[in-house]
Write a protein that binds this ligand. Structure first.
Ligand code: SAM
Ligand code: SF4
Length: 468
């Protein structure tokens, strides 16, 4: 069946873009902003690549597996493009995000069907890149030769992309992301972020406040502040002073209608006293903190260039819990970093046992080209990394399940975000970021409603709406 909005014989020439997002919440935010950039060019969102004239893959390069998925998807899109061309139509393929930044021209070499490669700092230039891609495509369609296919923009421009983006459009069910900080100068030895996202940059306070107010006016009651090192935020204020994340949070909490604030991802080194105090003092700041530790072994932490020890982390957790006793802690852990011994790994298990995380993300170390750890001796065999990951995940899963069980019988304010799989069911978030399933009318989407928790699974809660 031909989609009238994309069909060549349709009356309506409105174009459609499909954006597939890989990786972190920063990419989700960037994808939304790319949609905002493309809207004035006449692009509406498509639900599938098949419906689209333009497909953007917003990619993640953090682990090898993440970038390989992109190449498989590009193979499928090449076939769709070839079918379209046989019918006299076209499909424009763009690769955005961190794979685009890290691999640049290599992408167009590996997959010549790609028209545009655009890094995370340059997507405000998408309109120019599209125009250039269309010009090249017209030359090729006319049977002429062209030196070098594809259009590439992986610069770190001097101007900030944030100054060139249109205002965000629309808010999904009460909750919105707001990017306040990008890039990283910490250079953990395993990580590609400093190379793909560039140097640390904090958006000015006035820009953040203006965007927050717009989002609240558009229906947001919860904002999640984003940054690769969000708690390193140091934005310039209108009076020339520098605001920390804690200062910014206190100001955002004053916006009328702002019910919930969250932030992610934080580095332990940047958890200052002010920010810890804010957790005890700002009621809108939700009692959930994602604080990656990466390892429990000081030897491995030093080799990772984390610049904190296991004891530093444990003391920090103590201070955070003293400020906000019910805080739910989450973390990231890498197993199988080069040279990790059984003893190092056991130190990680011991730290996890001591902290008792409510939630955690754990990964096998993945060597990333260009990072110092990729060149280290003693890369560990996959089988060993897998068995350690398995052991760690069993412990983490027990902790998450236990935390969920402690919630049964309590009543939480739940922000309903989306429809559940079963009809008549909605899924929302507790203050501790757990998914909560409840029978609820779709009119409650985007609202915070008291829910009594009646059941706890390994990864989510079920509950019953309590009469207000
Ligand atoms: N800025 C955060 C911090 O300092 O912990 C981390 C951001 S990073 C985008 C998200 C997570 O991916 C990291 O915390 C780490 O656990 C994981 N990660 C990064 N590089 C990795 C690699 N080479 N192999 C496996 N996991 C990796
Ligand atoms: Fe990567 Fe986070 Fe380390 Fe920066 S602080 S290099 S983003 S892991």
């Amino acid at each position: 069946m031909k989609d009238v909005r994309t069909g060549s014989e349709g009356q309506c020439q409105r174009k459609r873009v499909f954006i597939r997002t890989y990786g972190c919440q920063m990419n989700v935010y960037d994808s939304d902003r790319m949609a905002d950039v493309l809207r004035p060019l006449g692009y509406a969102l498509a639900d599938t690549p098949e419906q689209a004239d333009l497909v953007v893959l917003n990619t993640c390069h953090i682990r090898e597996h993440a970038s390989e998925k992109v190449y498989s998807e590009l193979g499928r899109l090449r076939d769709t493009k070839a079918e379209r061309r046989a019918e006299g139509r076209d499909l424009t393929i763009a690769v955005a995000g961190c794979v685009a930044q890290a691999e640049g021209e290599e992408i167009a070499r590996r997959q010549p069907a790609v028209d545009i490669v655009v890094g995370p700092q340059a997507y405000h230039r998408l309109p120019e890149l599209l125009a250039e891609a269309e010009r090249k495509s017209a030359i090729l369609r006319a049977g002429k030769r062209l030196p070098g296919a594809g259009v590439l923009d992986t610069e770190f421009p001097a101007e900030s992309k944030f100054d060139h983006l249109p205002s965000p459009q629309g808010v999904r069910a009460g909750s919105a992301f707001l990017s306040i900080q990008e890039g990283c100068d910490k250079f953990c030895t395993f990580c590609v972020v400093p190379y793909t996202r560039g140097a640390e940059y904090s958006r000015p306070v006035s820009a953040v406040l203006a965007e927050a107010k717009l989002l609240v006016a558009a229906g947001a009651i919860e904002l999640t502040l984003l940054g690769q090192n969000v708690n390193a935020y140091h934005g310039e204020a209108p009076d020339g002073s520098t605001w920390s994340l804690a200062r910014l949070i206190r100001e955002l909490a004053e916006i009328e209608g702002m019910a919930r604030l969250r932030y992610t991802t934080s580095h332990p080194r940047d958890m200052d006293d002010d920010l810890i105090r804010a957790h005890g003092e700002v009621p809108q700041l939700m009692p959930y903190l994602h604080l990656p530790v990466q390892s429990g072994s000081d030897r491995i932490l030093a080799a990772m260039n984390r610049k904190h020890t296991a004891r530093d982390y444990l003391k920090l957790v103590e201070r955070i819990r003293a400020a906000r006793p019910d805080i739910a802690l989450s973390t990231d852990i890498i197993v199988g970093f080069p040279g990790e011994t059984e003893r190092d790994f056991e130190a990680t298990l011991a730290l996890v046992a001591e902290v008792d995380f409510a939630q955690a993300y754990s990964f096998k170390y993945s060597a990333r080209p260009g990072t110092p750890a990729a060149k280290m001796d003693e890369q560990l065999p996959e089988a060993l990394k897998s068995s350690r990951l398995d052991r760690l995940q069993q412990l983490l899963a027990r902790q998450t399940h236990h935390f969920n069980q402690t919630c049964v019988g309590k009543t939480f304010p739940v922000l309903f975000e989306r429809a559940g799989r079963q009809s008549g069911q909605l899924i929302g978030r507790s203050p501790y970021l757990q998914s909560v399933h409840a029978e609820a009318d779709s009119g409650l989407l985007g609202r915070i409603i008291p829910v009594e928790i009646s059941g706890a699974g390994p990864n989510s809660l079920t509950g019953v709406i309590r009469a207000a």
